[in-house]
Design a protein around this ligand. Structure first.
Ligand code: SF4
Ligand code: F3S
Ligand code: ZN
Length: 103
């Protein structure tokens, strides 16, 4: 599961489409965590897609991640600023790849 204390245990190593990327990153095998308020551990996400289907405000968009060992696409929190903290995505992700900081 995603580390809920990732913001203490990792460092921002880059920006992707306006949101933070938390390392380590070593493409294509290691992709890190995308987003901060809505954080998706790309190394855990296996492209189930429930978050994309269920988010009421369409926070997530697919990004292609060819040659990643777990899956070749990931749910990117492209619109994390739109999040309404409903926690649905956290509940439905079968591999616990998502953390939403609702505090
Ligand atoms: Fe979307 Fe709700 Fe998840 Fe926020 S907590 S990203 S609104 S499903
Ligand atoms: Fe990935 Fe979980 Fe969404 S596996 S696509 S973050 S439901
Ligand atoms: Zn991203």
């Amino acid at each position: 599961a995603i580390d809920p204390s990732f913001d203490e245990n990792r460092e921002v190593v880059g920006d992707h489409e306006g949101h933070d990327v938390w390392g380590p990153v070593d493409e294509p095998e290691t992709l890190g965590i995308h987003g901060t308020h809505v954080a998706v551990d790309f190394d855990i996400c296996d492209a189930d897609g429930a978050c994309i289907e269920d988010c009421p405000v369409d926070v997530f968009e697919w990004v292609e991640t060819p040659d990643h060992p777990t899956s070749e696409r990931k749910a990117d929190p492209a619109n994390e600023t739109q999040c309404i903290d409903c926690m649905l995505c956290v509940d439905v992700c079968p591999v616990d790849a998502i953390d939403v900081d609702s505090t």
